[in-house]
Ligand binder design. Sequence first.
Ligand SMILES: NC(=O)c1ccc[n+]([C@@H]2O[C@H](COP(=O)([O-])OP(=O)(O)OC[C@H]3O[C@@H](n4cnc5c(N)ncnc54)[C@H](OP(=O)(O)O)[C@@H]3O)[C@@H](O)[C@H]2O)c1
Length: 312
Amino acid sequence: MSQPSLPRVGFIGAGRLARCLARGFARAGYPVAAIASRTAATAHDLAGEFAGCVSSGDPQTVVEAADIVFLTVPDDSIGTTANTLRFSASSSTSRSAWGLVHCSGASPVELLEPARAQGVAIGGFHPLYLFSGAPADIERIVGCSVTIEADGALHEALAAMTSALGCHPLSIPGGGRMLYHAAAHYAASFALCGLAECVALWRTLGFAEDDALRAVLPMLAGTIETARDRGLSGALAGPISRGDTGVVQKQLTLLETLGGDHAALYALMSRRGIELARRRPSPPAGIDTIAEAVENSLARSVNQVSAGASVK
Ligand SMILES: NC(=O)c1ccc[n+]([C@@H]2O[C@H](COP(=O)([O-])OP(=O)(O)OC[C@H]3O[C@@H](n4cnc5c(N)ncnc54)[C@H](OP(=O)(O)O)[C@@H]3O)[C@@H](O)[C@H]2O)c1
């Protein structure tokens, strides 16, 4: 029996995410048929990587050349762009796309409703990965999850494309998109924000950012591996996990002297650390004293939070 041919894919928006998906799909054998972007030259550069791929500054070109269109523009432009697209009824001669997908984790799929009203299947395809736009993204995305929201044939096609990228399909309950996306920040951008706080504090000791990152990134990589092996509670290390009350108290006091929100940030993260420590089969002996110190520090520094960070 002959294999059904893979759908032709197209992209509107040739940014960081589109570069990885287009390269990944092409490598898996999906024809990348068309790429459009606000700046025609951006689309042209990316399209040049794929045989037979057309490029344009006009999104409609993609609708007419692809079977499944990925709307990979910034979130604020998804609805307005979707509203401009015109899909022709399918027929043996029609080249109009039958599926329209956006890749935002936070925006509702309903933004694509104007396409659904024209008989097109709509969906969401959100890779849980922080794209840089560099070629290395294609290798690094392997093993990640992609949250798919679609029905019927489009769901099947997107699930197959997820596997083709070496990723795992994930589903979330209806209406859960915004909370899901807000929470996911802690595993990507907010992890960077934690590193930025470390770098800012180390800068007061004379470290440049590069030197600080060279020192702490291997520790972060090791922490991730340990979390994979032992779970969050089992992987927790540092003074909270040991019940070292004196260290936590002294660090809170020191950070309070720096002003700004440094102590408050440390205290709020410590709250989560205390929760993890309490989940252990044998929580550390000093955990209640640590919790009290953290809450007292938070009460003292609450007025300073609005001042923002003082160490840059
Ligand atoms: N980056 C990530 O880590 C990541 C992760 C998961 C999901 N996403 C989602 O993926 C989508 C794209 O994000 P991104 O990070 O790839 O954005 P990006 O790097 O900023 O790229 C957006 C691209 O769209 C083009 N563009 C902007 N407005 C447009 C319009 N009205 N019509 C056509 N093209 C337009 C841009 O302009 P030029 O043509 O001028 O370059 C650019 O090439 C977003 O929905 C985002 O939430 C991103």
